[in-house]
Design a protein around this ligand. Structure first.
Ligand SMILES: C[S@@+](CC[C@H](N)C(=O)[O-])C[C@H]1O[C@@H](n2cnc3c(N)ncnc32)[C@H](O)[C@@H]1O
Length: 237
């Protein structure tokens, strides 16, 4: 088994193989989206953004899910995805008899890439759980929608173009796991899920293939761990 509370700079297709069977309580992952950047009108500001997204746009292979199934104690998984991926993911989990929800993150300040399209202001999260897997949380953490601005400060600070909202991810973790449980993010980017796990007193494992983002995630995790330690020291004084 890989050590928990670590970020690994590796392809998750290799990393998942190193996990013990039935060792993961919850997966929260945000794999590359299937973006069709060709349909969007190109402007000079857009070009910079598109270049950054190039490595992140090609989607991911459903085989990753086949590999994950034996590693989870029970199927319990949140997957951020584009609208083009929702159908495949639902088909996949419905065929396994799972319960599911589609959660959404609505951004108040989306990029103005309108052209002949609606604004790109909604992100989808497919949540699937095996029958019998409990949902915890409360009235405030269990909304299916989340509304916020894109956090430009964190986006700049942590240098990841598709950073997700930490509070929304913390809600997924609170709703679908208990303190001490192991949360896995196979495509951890700047480490938002891992920080969410630390803030909610869960263990975590993260995989990130890109060295630059791996370094960012590692630094963010170290910051979050030392913040948690300081809080605990204060509480025990
Ligand atoms: C959409 S981003 C995740 C962003 C993250 N949720 C955050 O808040 O920062 C997807 C990440 O998956 C990484 N990635 C792509 N293919 C991968 C693979 N096979 N194994 C591990 N990481 C991968 C990319 O480098 C990218 O950082």
């Amino acid at each position: 088994m890989l050590k928990t509370n670590e970020v690994y700079n590796m392809d998750c297709a290799q990393g998942i193989k190193l996990l013990d069977d039935k060792s993961i309580d919850l997966v929260v992952m945000d794999p590359p989206y299937l973006l069709n950047l060709n349909r969007v009108k190109k402007t000079s500001t857009f070009n910079n953004y598109a270049n950054e997204l190039m490595g992140l746009k090609d989607g991911f292979d459903l085989q990753i899910l086949d590999m994950l199934l034996p590693k989870m104690k029970k199927i319990n998984i949140y997957i951020y995805c584009s609208k083009r991926q929702v159908r495949d993911l639902l088909d996949y989990f419905i065929s396994l008899g799972c319960n599911y929800e589609i959660l959404t993150w609505h951004k108040q300040n989306p990029s103005p890439l309108i052209n002949n399209n609606y604004l790109p202001d909604t992100e989808y999260v497919v949540f699937a759980r095996e029958k019998g897997v409990k949902l915890y949380g409360n009235y405030f953490t269990k909304h299916k929608y989340f509304i916020s601005g894109v956090n430009q400060v964190d986006k700049k600070k942590y240098g990841h173009p598709t950073i997700k909202n930490l509070n929304f991810i913390e809600n997924h973790i609170i709703n679908s796991s208990k303190e001490g449980d192991v949360v896995l993010d196979c495509f951890c980017g700047s480490g938002t899920t891992l920080v969410g796990a630390i803030n909610t007193k869960r263990q975590f494992i993260g995989f990130e293939i890109n060295k630059k983002y791996y370094e960012i995630a590692k630094r963010r995790v170290e910051e979050a761990l030392s913040k948690e330690e300081n809080i605990e020291t204060k509480n025990t004084k």
